[in-house]
Unconditional design. Structure first.
Length: 240
């Protein structure tokens, strides 16, 4: 398995800041913190020019993986996956997160488009908030993520995004994915920590050997540069 992040385990700060002008302060604060494996970017910085943002991160630390999360990609018609994949390759990201909530045809088309563009896919299915599944009053079938992961594994996906504030679900999906991949190595990414109630150590224990915890507001929103660095070090210290 070709890894997005070489380390078995790490913390990936999510740079969900409102403007690119705040990014240098975040990067300065966390650069040099041992145990950080990459940066996750969202739509707020993509709207400022994703390619330039990726280059800014590479200039600070070329060893970090740059992961793009469109929040949520995979919710459009199948053929738009080609356009999304082209823009991901053009921007130079190391991976893109896909939540194929628009159905099987979109899932297959977007995954294969990204793979064809040389952009690794991190496949998600269940989000961290309540009211998501039908059983919670939401719109998504409770069994949908399992189906998404089975299809993704069949297409060669080996990176999966799970809700870290639901450790029981992390354990369940890890077991299912292990079956779907035929025992091949795979990597889990998780978010939902601190402000959403998740515990890094607990989720890491459920996730298996290859796991990366994504932490957003608890790091970038901690305050000044010194406080942000302390928050990043705290997150890293909780990796089991």
């Amino acid at each position: 398995m070709s890894r997005i992040i070489p380390a078995d385990r790490s913390i990936v700060p999510a740079a969900d800041v409102l403007s690119v002008e705040y990014l240098p302060y975040l990067l300065e604060a966390i650069n040099g913190v041992q145990g950080i494996g990459g940066i996750k970017l969202g739509f707020t910085l993509a709207f400022d020019n994703l390619r330039e943002v990726v280059q800014m991160i590479r200039a600070v630390n070329p060893g970090w993986a740059v992961i793009y999360d469109h929040q949520k990609a995979g919710c459009d018609i199948p053929r738009n996956g080609e356009k999304f994949a082209y823009k991901m390759r053009e921007a130079g990201v190391d991976a893109a997160i896909v939540f194929p909530l628009a159905g099987i045809e979109t899932e297959m088309a977007w995954i294969t488009a990204l793979q064809g563009a040389g952009v690794p896919v991190i496949l998600g299915g269940e989000m961290t908030h309540e009211g998501f599944f039908v059983s919670e009053g939401g719109f998504i079938a409770d069994e949908a993520p399992e189906r998404m992961f089975r299809i993704g594994a069949r297409l060669g996906v080996r990176n999966f995004f799970l809700p870290g504030n639901k450790p029981g679900q992390v354990d369940l999906y890890r077991r299912l994915i292990s079956t779907f991949t035929g025992g091949e190595d795979f990597t889990i990414f998780s978010c939902g920590f601190f402000t959403q109630g998740g515990d890094i150590t607990e989720a890491g224990k459920m996730a298996g050997k290859n796991w990366h915890g994504v932490v957003g507001e608890a790091i970038y929103g901690a305050g000044n540069t010194a406080a942000v660095r302390v928050a990043a070090e705290k997150a890293v210290s909780q990796i089991a």
